[in-house]
Write a protein of this length. Structure first.
Length: 286
């Protein structure tokens, strides 16, 4: 039987946010990445059917997807964290698991550090919440500027962006996802914010806060992630109090889309494991 889906728009902090609730069970918040056109649907559509038995809360962060686009005030992660916590209060969700992509993962870590009672466990993919040394990785601002530059966004440019930076094998990119990302990226709000980094939020380094994250964290990483490689993920695991790192071969920045079944298996094992997480060295899972 198909799990019930409830879609709505909630006004929090004076801003309308798009949120969908799917299924029933342990509340699990899904927070998407920060690439052009990203939303909870584009980043997690393939994963949702693989996580039955949970109340999945898919949130479009401000400035993304179906949510309104207020101008950010202050640091990037803090800006989004304020809206996520206000939304959870509005939904009556006191404590939840988090499954997060890139930007969303940094937001979840900030929430966990500042309000530990809200976060039970975190599955985190492709996030770069702090300067932990090593190679700088792909430059998201430069990629965004290239996408919105010249004659502006096109479906071809979106496919090229996703194929070069987000998927290990661009031949498997779903055309529906490419077009949905493109549509999201060319709304009036998205075009206005395209290369306005100040309006999207100021840089923020969460390094000093990472040791204060009490929630166990699973770093579920793509082996070919160009934004933050496995070496960075290992340093992030060491900076956290309780973290496990799993590196998924043949995936890049969006392993939950490239291998949703394997991703969901590892995520569910971690989220349902009653034992505390422990730090481990990077390994590959097939």
């Amino acid at each position: 039987m198909t799990a019930p889906t409830i879609g709505t728009r909630r006004t929090v902090l004076g801003t309308e946010l798009s949120v969908r609730s799917i299924g029933a069970g342990a509340p699990t918040v899904l927070l998407h990445g920060g690439g052009p056109g990203c939303s909870s649907r584009t980043d997690f559509a393939a994963l949702v059917p693989e996580l039955p038995g949970r109340r999945l809360i898919l949130v479009d962060l401000p400035q993304y997807g179906g949510s309104a686009a207020p101008r950010a005030t202050g640091p990037l992660f803090s800006f989004h964290a304020r809206y996520v916590t206000a939304l959870l209060d509005a939904l009556g969700v006191g404590r939840a698991d988090f499954v997060c992509q890139s930007l969303g993962g940094s937001v979840a870590l900030l929430i966990a550090a500042r309000e530990p009672r809200r976060v039970r466990r975190i599955v985190l993919t492709g996030s770069r919440p702090a300067d932990l040394g090593g190679p700088p990785g792909a430059d998201g601002a430069a990629i965004r500027a290239e996408y919105y530059g010249g004659a502006g966004p096109t479906p071809g440019k979106m496919r090229d962006l996703m194929g070069r930076h987000e998927w290990a094998d661009p031949a498997h990119l779903p055309q529906t996802t490419v077009f949905e990302r493109f549509r999201n990226s060319v709304t009036p709000d998205a075009l206005a914010l395209g290369t306005d980094s100040t309006a999207r939020g100021l840089p923020e380094d969460l390094g000093p806060l990472l040791p204060g994250v009490l929630a166990p964290v699973l770093l579920l990483w793509g082996s070919a992630d160009p934004f933050a490689d496995a070496g960075y993920a290992g340093r992030l695991a060491e900076a956290l109090r309780s973290a496990v790192l799993r590196v998924m071969p043949d995936t890049a920045h969006h392993p939950q889309e490239e291998r949703p079944h394997d991703y969901a298996r590892l995520a569910e094992e971690f989220l349902t494991d009653p034992r505390p997480a422990s730090q481990e060295t990077p390994r590959c899972e097939s």
